[in-house]
Ligand binder design. Structure first.
Ligand SMILES: [Zn+2]
Ligand SMILES: [Zn+2]
Length: 195
């Protein structure tokens, strides 16, 4: 289950809308479950039975304090009845509970390509909304621990009182948007080297 964070003014619906309009064609079947702060979009190929029991690629999107967090992974296709009830939503809150239901789709190279395609649609939608893996302007404002003044990121000293700020500035992984601690050389989320 791959996870990325997009910082900025962007909502789960912005991404869901893009995914649904992009994949609702040709060989794909797509459905959106939920709205507001927590949305899931499931994408499967047409030959999957609609009744459920098969896995689909599921994109789970939720609000976080500085933007949205997105997970893409395999999950059981939630049947139409299930998608209307709370059962589906509570299952989505624990996506890992369904991981055990992986089937051949996970090993299918086509599914890997589909995952790439999904991420590129998400990237495009995020970019269009002005969101990305960098911290948003709002989070980049750092509060001075001495005087409480908000400082822009990159400022070595507090603009009001001059206290040093260097060590506490947040940075993000450029590959997935995860917020990193200063001394981390590998991203704890995606494992890529960030130093
Ligand atoms: Zn200060
Ligand atoms: Zn990362």
């Amino acid at each position: 289950m791959e996870q990325r964070i997009y910082h900025g003014t962007i909502t789960p619906n912005d991404i869901a809308r893009e995914l649904v309009s992009y994949f609702n064609r040709g060989n794909f079947r797509v459905q959106q479950i939920g709205s507001g702060s927590q949305v899931a979009v499931q994408i499967a190929t047409r030959d999957h039975p609609a009744s459920g029991g098969q896995t689909a690629l599921s994109v789970s999107i939720q609000d976080v304090s500085d933007g949205i967090q997105i997970q893409v992974g395999n999950q059981a296709w939630l049947g139409v009845a299930a998608s209307l009830g709370m059962t589906a939503l509570s299952a989505l809150r624990n996506p890992f509970a369904l991981i055990g239901r992986l089937d051949d789709l996970a090993q299918d190279i086509e599914s890997l390509q589909l995952t790439e395609e999904i991420w590129s649609v998400i990237d495009g939608a995020a970019r269009a909304a002005g969101a990305g893996h960098e911290l948003s302007e709002r989070l980049r404002r750092m509060e001075c621990s001495y005087c409480g003044t908000a400082n822009p990121v990159g400022e070595p000293n507090c603009i009001a009182c001059g206290a040093p700020l260097g060590d506490v500035q947040p940075v993000t992984c450029k590959y997935c948007g995860f917020i990193l601690k200063n001394n981390e050389t590998a991203c704890p989320n995606c494992g890529k080297l960030v130093a």
